[in-house]
Design a protein around this ligand. Structure first.
Ligand code: GDP
Length: 180
């Protein structure tokens, strides 16, 4: 089944977003690989796709050794998962592009892994400021070596915003996916 990965800095709002996307009645939690369930969780949604919850990166209080272990799992996941359709990189809508996020997106691009950006916590901005912040973020991003802006979505888990757009995108890019 096709997989869609969700990843971002710790505290970006990933758990809240995943909770918003999931309807518990359709949900079956499965462990991707034994022994790694705390690091990478797979959630089966509507019986036809997997939401993959990857560990947050950039933990301030995690040791260097643990960071390496996280990176290893994340890298391994991306390199090996043939089912992966898209990686959603979560960023806080209030922040400028952070080096760790930009590096990660560059890494995805270099490795040919399709990704999209999810701007979280949009309720923290006034409606009129949202478009400005998104455009500023993308403009700064494009000043790097980016050919074009990645697909992007604006969400707020506390205001239940952006869910439909995200789910229909997932449905769209799911078309044409074949399992063997
Ligand atoms: P994670 O570490 O990325 O899984 O982040 P969490 O989902 O645990 O959220 C981190 C903090 O941000 C918590 O205090 C949440 O209540 C808050 N948060 C998450 N999503 C939103 C949102 O859409 N709006 C607001 N205002 N706060 C949010």
């Amino acid at each position: 089944l096709p997989e869609y990965a969700f990843i971002g800095r710790s505290n970006v709002g990933k758990s809240s977003l995943i909770n918003m996307l999931m309807e518990r009645k359709h949900l079956a939690k499965t462990s991707g690989r034994p022994g790694k369930t705390q690091l990478i969780n797979h959630f089966k949604i509507n019986k036809n796709w997997f939401l993959v919850d990857l560990p947050g990166y950039g933990y301030a209080r995690v040791s260097k050794k643990d960071k390496k272990v996280f990176q290893k799992y994340i890298t391994e996941y991306f390199v090996k998962r043939k089912q992966l359709v898209c990686a959603f990189v979560l960023v806080d809508i209030r922040h400028e592009p952070q080096p760790i996020d930009v590096e990660f997106m560059e890494w995805l691009g270099t490795n040919g892994i399709p990704f999209a950006i999810i701007f979280t916590k949009a309720d923290k901005l006034k409606p009129g400021a949202i478009v400005n912040h998104v455009n500023t973020y993308l403009r700064i991003l494009l000043e790097g070596a980016w050919a074009e802006a990645p697909p992007h979505f604006v969400t707020s888990s506390s205001k239940h915003m952006g869910r439909d757009a995200l789910l229909s995108y997932i449905g769209e890019i799911n078309n044409g996916f074949y399992t063997n």
